[in-house]
Ligand binder design. Structure first.
Ligand SMILES: [Zn+2]
Length: 111
C-alpha cells in the first residue's frame, strides 16, 4: 500500500484558506471601486492572497474538531487582511483576461 494511501491525509486542513476566503468575501463586498468579479479574477485573488500568507494546517478529525484559536485569528488577521487587499488590487489592475468593457458574455457554465 502506498504511504499516501495508508494514512488519512484528507484530514489535513489549511485554516488559512478559510480565513482568506472569508476575508476576500468581506473586502469584495465593501470594495469602493468597480472591479471584475468573474470567476477567474476572484480565484486569482484567492490564490495570490493564499500564496502570500503562511499556511495554517491542522488535523481535523470528525469534521471540525477544533478551529483556529482566537490567538491564531488575531495574528493571522492582519496578515490576511493585507494579503487579500493586495491581491484584490493587483488582480483588478491587471486581470488575467482582456478587459471586457462591453459585456459580451460567452455561455458561462459548461459543467
Ligand atoms: Zn475578470
Amino acid at each position: 500500500m502506498a504511504f499516501i494511501d495508508e494514512y488519512d491525509f484528507e484530514f489535513l486542513k489549511n485554516e488559512a484558506e478559510n480565513l482568506v476566503l472569508k476575508e476576500l468575501g468581506r473586502q469584495l463586498e465593501t470594495y469602493s471601486e468597480p472591479i471584475c468579479l468573474c470567476n477567474d479574477c476572484v480565484l486569482d485573488m484567492a490564490a495570490m492572497a493564499l500564496n502570500s500568507v503562511k499556511p495554517l494546517y491542522r488535523v481535523s478529525l470528525l469534521g471540525t474538531l477544533y478551529t483556529a484559536t482566537a490567538m491564531d485569528e488575531k495574528i493571522f488577521g492582519t496578515n490576511v487582511r493585507e494579503a487579500v487587499f493586495d491581491a484584490i488590487k493587483k488582480v483588478s489592475q491587471n486581470p488575467g483576461h482582456e478587459e471586457n468593457s462591453e459585456e459580451e458574455e460567452d455561455d458561462p457554465g459548461e459543467d
